[in-house]
Design a protein around this ligand. Sequence first.
Ligand code: GDP
Ligand code: IMO
Ligand code: MG
Length: 423
Amino acid sequence: MNKADVLLGLQWGDEGKGKIVDVLTPSYDIIARFQGGPNAGHTLEFNGIKHVLHTIPSGIFHPTAINIVGNGVVIDPVIFKKEIDALASLGVDVSAKLLISKRAHLILPTHRLIDAASEAAKGKNKIGSTLKGIGPTYMDKTGRNGLRIGDIETNEFKEKYNTLVEKHKQLLSFYNFDYNLSELEPTWFEAIESLKKLQFVDTEHYLNTAMQNGKKVLAEGAQGSLLDVDFGSYPFVTSSNTICAGACNGLGIAPNKIGNVIGIFKAYCTRVGSGPFPTELENETGEKIRQIGREFGSTTGRPRRTGWLDIPALKYAIMVNGVTELMMMKADILSDFNTIEVCTHYNHNGKVIDYLPYNIDAKYLTPITTPLKGWNVDLTQMDSKAKLPKELLEYVSYIEKAVNTPISIVSVGPDRSQTIRMK
Ligand code: GDP
Ligand code: IMO
Ligand code: MG
């Protein structure tokens, strides 16, 4: 029986997961998203096309690979339909190669309203949610109130929908929040009709049978490990398990059937939304990284916060995921820096530590950085390890040694072709 490989983000999301899944898809038969929902924005670039996917796995442009939306994912039918339409306009017909788990939960219009109402009520303490209804939908899942894809095919669907919406209306009445649900519902039900044209499947059976038959599976994560609901910077996190274990829960693949765990990280750090960020640069250097790196959210367009690479945080993410192989993204963005800082330790309540502690709030923790020499050459046209500058190879070796894990790919641009294999 083949094992499934897992690919996930090791920072606060937007590491470049979409690009790498697209690059790796030719080596796999099945790409399966295991958690999150349309809060994700995974960007793919090839042949002059730039495309952002939110719920649909990043293997969808491959002519034959099967793409699975797993049970751990939450689906907004309206956004899902838009994604399918956008793919159709590029000539991609998903009907034969996109399967949806019957156990995946639906995001209702009222989930989005509750997300917005809850954020507004939190004021300056808001999470900075993408307002896609992610938190409220997962709350209904664990609260055992949720609606699932499999419910769409039952006669009780509308009744279940109404019952849940009544609950939501009561909840909304606690907030001082104006809304007009009747404006949102027709589009949602239309989108449900379009969803029905797709294949609803018991994806846990499908995946395990495929692996039994020697098929190769890549599980695609969304968000990043530092946004994990258990291990991230709670409460400034998303509402799912973004770590490797989430692939087991979110697809029905047993832990002993997980093979390689591929951890994606940027050569620096970014974060969008609120919450602690130890290496954040709220200065010109941070602005320079944001501008050169075009660090603006793929889903919300918000400016991303930027900072230097955080090695204790990276080690933590590698530990909780069991990462076997790393891929370093956006190395090209650091080409303009003579010196690149990396955080090696923290000063935590007056003590120097080399691990990520429980509380990473700036009140308790400041980063200790070390300067490394920059490479100062354009990397974007480079196509082999042999062409990479010595200082970049030293940066790679420094990180590999610090985190005791090999880096197998260095990415030097957003395009599929700008990908350098290190082995
Ligand atoms: P994801 O959510 O992890 O899939 O990442 P996003 O797509 O949200 O954000 C990554 C951004 O960086 C996208 O705009 C990508 O096109 C871009 N990108 C990915 N890899 C590289 C790279 O190596 N260099 C540059 N310059 N851009 C990259
Ligand atoms: P991808 O898959 C970056 C952040 C939001 C917010 C917090 C909670 O593209 O890497 P939510 O809408 O989930 O309730 O928001 O998590 N966030 C992301 N940040 N990349 C993402 O996904 C994100 N998905 C959610 O900005 O801080
Ligand atoms: Mg993204």
